[in-house]
Design a protein around this ligand. Structure first.
Ligand code: CDP
Length: 223
């Protein structure tokens, strides 16, 4: 089954491209970042000590992450509870990257990501999709954009969810997450050698989709 991997830094439009590309190709879309955000929420709700491996294992065993497709789009379920809006809050954004460095967490999420993608065409976005989750993906895209564009986009996205967050706070969060994600020892964010880099700073969602569709069709000859 065809796999398309989209990786890149925080808030550079990966999910916008991945969602639209999946729709265009009639593939499923999996937002791997939502899964790390959901685990983070569960750990925070249960006061899990991020350095206590025994506790981490205990609570990971009780963590089930799923997705359902609603008319409003993909919804993330944590143990059956819809947490789609909650996981987008800054409180989660501020804590997710340390949680995503924990090897036990990554092992469980990667296993779940592969399971969810079984037997169907998939577009998945994240940090380690082309390098670790699907190293043999038919198409790998590494998305990038200027930091200013990334902050503006995240600010707008949060505003649409009714959250007013100032530029500096978002900027700080993006830098911090990019740093932790790129320097962790377990599956750090990096471009796969065979990934195609797209800088979408000056591309509209439609333009970046058109490029994605073109690349997908040339790689797969399925359209
Ligand atoms: O939407 P945004 O790009 O800001 O982040 P996200 O995709 O929701 O991912 C949230 C966080 O989860 C990232 O900053 C990483 O720390 C972690 N993550 C990861 O480690 N591996 C992935 N495959 C996806 C996300």
């Amino acid at each position: 089954m065809v796999q398309i991997a989209i990786d890149g830094h925080s808030s550079c439009g990966k999910s916008t491209l991945a969602r639209a590309l999946a729709q265009e190709l009639a593939f499923i879309y999996i937002d791997s970042g939502a899964m790390y955000r959901a685990v983070t929420l569960f750990f925070l709700e249960n006061n899990v000590d991020f350095f206590n491996h025994h506790q981490i294992q205990e609570y990971l065993a009780k963590t089930e992450v799923d997705f359902v497709l609603a008319p409003s789009g993909n919804r993330t379920l944590l143990n059956g509870r819809d947490v789609e809006e909650r996981i987008r809050e800054m409180e989660i954004a501020a804590r997710v990257s340390p949680v995503a460095t924990i090897p036990e967490v990554r092992r469980k999420m990667v296993q779940r990501q592969r399971e969810l993608a079984q037997n169907q065409g998939v577009v998945m976005d994240g940090r380690d999709i082309g390098t670790v989750v699907f190293p043999h993906a038919e198409l790998k895209i590494f998305l990038t954009a200027t930091v200013e564009r990334r902050v503006e986009r995240r600010q707008l996205q949060l505003l649409k969810l009714g959250m007013v967050v100032d530029y500096e706070e978002i900027l700080h969060n993006l830098y911090e997450r990019d740093y932790i994600d790129s320097t962790r020892s377990d599956s750090p964010l990096m471009k796969a050698p065979d990934a195609i880099v797209i800088d979408n700073s000056n591309l509209s969602p439609e333009e970046q989709l058109a490029i994605g569709v073109l690349l997908a069709s040339s790689r797969m000859k399925i359209i």
